[in-house]
Design a protein around this ligand. Structure first.
Ligand SMILES: Nc1ncnc2c1ncn2[C@@H]1O[C@H](COP(=O)(O)OP(=O)(O)OP(=O)(O)O)[C@@H](O)[C@H]1O
Ligand SMILES: [Mg+2]
Length: 236
């Protein structure tokens, strides 16, 4: 009886082994492939992110899309604890601030975003990695390169498909809205110059990233929603 050559020896065996390896890589890629859509909402405080998320969720559900809403920081038990620390009044060094946001993000990506996307949900996320680029990278001065690599550590490369940027020229607009709501958190109570810098940071990011879609926050809720809906429908 002819003895079988060990797998991988000789050209035939090597070819077979290569095929097997390729097949395994392909199948793991297929398992990883996302079927859903990740839409993230960015912009300064009080610009209407939560309002637009609620309106978009309604419209998507009317179209029978499965929708999941979450937020950053937060969205998981660990993330909500981190949120309390981040938004409380006590001072935090910018690097600690960045790492706390990333800890919340890593947890959200692994335990919520990836599984929900794999099940085909349209996930609406109130803030995502671009908040860290704008706030910690550009406004707090840690630099874009550092914020990007910290983001990558947390997300493992998971990207938003569509970024809604709610932009307001007049920082009083959002301040007035927030004041009506009552007590302000550590970010909301920053000075007007901080909010202007946040706006400029977002506009800078939007210039080089085509996933950003800018909507003027001064428009009525319904008008903003109509514009977002028109743009999102192209993705569905
Ligand atoms: N286009 C709009 N015109 C007028 N008022 C608005 C508009 N959008 C939202 N508001 C009101 O402004 C306030 C803040 O809106 P919202 O909570 O949606 O903002 P946000 O960006 O989620 O704020 P935060 O960053 O604090 O979570 C709310 O009272 C909301 O009803
Ligand atoms: Mg909100």
């Amino acid at each position: 009886m002819r003895s079988l050559a060990p797998l991988g020896s000789g050209t035939k065996g090597a070819r077979l082994l290569a095929q097997l390896r390729r097949a395994r890589i392909l199948s793991s890629e297929m398992r990883m492939r996302r079927r859903g859509l990740l839409i993230t909402f960015e912009g300064g405080d009080g610009t209407g992110k939560s309002t637009q998320i609620a309106l978009l969720a309604l419209a998507l559900r009317k179209k029978s899309r499965r929708v999941f809403i979450t937020r950053e920081p937060g969205g998981t038990a660990l993330g909500e604890q981190v949120r309390k620390i981040l938004l409380s009044g006590s001072a935090i060094h910018p690097r600690s601030e960045l790492l706390l946001f990333e800890a919340s993000r890593a947890e959200l990506v692994e335990s919520v975003l990836r599984p929900k996307l794999q099940k085909g949900n349209v996930v609406l996320c109130d803030r995502f990695e671009d908040s860290s680029l704008a706030y910690q990278g550009l406004v707090r001065g840690l630099g874009l390169a550092l914020a990007k690599s910290a983001n990558h550590l947390a997300t493992g490369g998971l990207k938003s498909d569509f970024i809604v940027l709610l932009d307001t020229q007049r920082s009083e607009t959002s301040r007035r809205r927030l004041k009506k709501r009552g007590k302000m958190d550590r970010f909301e109570s920053e000075r007007a110059s901080f909010h202007r810098r946040v706006r400029q940071a977002y506009l800078k990011l939007a210039k080089t990233d085509r996933r950003f879609h800018i909507y003027p926050a001064e428009l009525s809720k319904d008008e903003i929603h109509a514009r977002i809906w028109r743009d999102i429908q192209r993705l569905l």
